[in-house]
Design a protein around this ligand. Structure first.
Ligand code: GDP
Ligand code: MG
Length: 164
């Protein structure tokens, strides 16, 4: 069976955008308002001849603050149960949040490979200082990407398929 890569992170960080760009089709729904990914979504992707399953764990994301944390916990649990590799996405524009720290704590306890992507770093020549804060999550090196313009995707895909 194919290796599974699950994408987790709080609403609006760009999980579905990343998913669609990797898969090469608009499978997952992208919206400006958090709360629009209709379901957990699966598609197959390929890189350098390696096929893998990609899961957008976004589920039915709510903008209500009370449920965001419980949903993120659930997503992280799904990812830890089913995935071989977990992509943990944070938002370089917003910077680190308490919810990011909470999910990171869950992910650190899994024995699985976790790749920390700092999305929305649209200008690689002028990355925000906030990206260094993400080292504190204890997940390893934060990798700046821009899902909007596929910045650093080659490196990220290399890291993903090398970790199977
Ligand atoms: P999700 O809730 O984590 O699935 O996030 P979405 O993929 O739905 O994206 C949320 C918002 O962030 C949308 O308005 C996207 O267009 C925007 N977005 C996603 N990736 C990027 C990026 O790399 N740069 C910028 N500037 N915006 C992005
Ligand atoms: Mg989504």
């Amino acid at each position: 069976s194919k290796p599974i890569v699950a994408v987790v992170g709080r609403p609006n960080v760009g999980k579905s955008t990343f998913f669609n760009r990797i898969v090469g089709r608009r499978v997952s729904i992208v919206e400006d308002t958090p709360g629009v990914t209709r379901d957990r979504i699966y598609a197959e992707a390929e890189w350098n001849g390696v096929t893998f399953g990609l899961v957008d764990t976004g589920g039915i994301e709510m903008s209500n603050q009370d449920v965001i944390l419980s949903q993120m916990r659930e997503q992280a649990q799904i990812a830890m149960d089913m995935a071989n590799v977990i992509v943990f996405m944070v938002d370089g524009k917003e910077g680190m949040t308490a919810a990011d720290e909470e999910v990171a704590a869950m992910l650190r306890r899994t024995g699985k490979k976790v790749i920390l992507l700092v999305n929305k770093v649209d200008n690689p020549l002028n990355p925000p200082d906030t990206i260094y804060d993400f080292y504190e999550l204890g997940i390893g090196e934060p990798i700046p990407i821009s899902s909007a313009n596929k910045l650093n995707f080659g490196d990220v895909l290399d890291i993903i398929v090398e970790s199977f």
